[in-house]
Design a protein around this ligand. Sequence first.
Ligand code: AHG
Ligand code: MN
Ligand code: MN
Length: 340
Amino acid sequence: MKFKTLTEFIIEKQAEYPQASGNLTRLLNDIGIAAKFVNREVNRAGLGEVMGYVGEVNVQGEEQKKLDVYANNQFISALRSGGECCAIGSEENEEIIIFDNESSKYGKYVVAMDPLDGSSNIESNVSIGTLFSIYLRRTVRGTAKMEDFLQPGRNLVAAGYVLYGSSTVLVYSTGNGVNGFTLDPSVGLFILSHPDMKYPETGNIYSINEASYNYFPEGVKQYIHYCQEDEPATGRPYSTRYIGSMVADIHRNLIRGGIFIYPGTTKSKTGKLRLLYECNPVAFLAEQAGGKASDGFKRILDIEPTALHQRAPIFVGPSAMVEKAEEFMQAHSPEFKPEH
Ligand code: AHG
Ligand code: MN
Ligand code: MN
């Protein structure tokens, strides 16, 4: 059988850019290697010593699970020893982690990441993921600074996710389409399985945590009603699918056609999901797959970040579905328009 591995694929892509130095290739490869280690632990999650809490609370005030910490350490150490990246911003660390040893001092890239997304699902053996955003640093020399991270998503050099699901999949883009690789556990290789992923034109799935309905903007409430209306010609009523692990919800919706929404609410105007390492990577992939990602009013990738852990509302999916949801937001919830 003829197959292409992740490593072969990224080296081949590098050859298309004669000016490329190979740093991004190595960085992506390091992420793939760290993902395999995390995958091994995730697969053993039912076995006592891997599961449970470490007794610490992270920057978001959430209790850290052992696997959150394991995944965080694994990605940090892979990227530190790789040397292509000069700093990491992680959901699990309040401050950026600066690599200031000689070999990595001049790494060109910074990586923002959610090492384990959906970690509340670990106990119940439901899919979880990793999200990453790669930027070229803004500062020219010396150790990395916060400003290297505070870049809008449109500056992304690459982004992607790993989904630890019924199979483990790594999906990434360097701004030239989206490709997905499935881990063959018997040989420990990611194999190209989803070349040039594109959203279907439209879809009939909507993914939102409807238990928060009472706190939703009127525009979201109206959009949910729209999704539930009986109009067979437009595929409605749609189906609700919500795993509670964004990576898994996004992956299914990318393949099947569906909109994922985590809106601002009357309790938290900017919603829950973090701009730099949850919304931006997903928005970058969505656009590369022919879809759209918006905060209800504006393109996610155009938001100018002001803080590492800032949150943003997100509506992401096939363009037609996102545009419809934006229409409802703009008509019914102008007060939710973010001030940026
Ligand atoms: P994390 O585990 O990194 O904190 O993120 C969980 C996120 C995301 O994966 C998911 O879509 C969302 O939280 C679910 O939130 P609700 O329980 O509020 O729906
Ligand atoms: Mn998350
Ligand atoms: Mn997380």
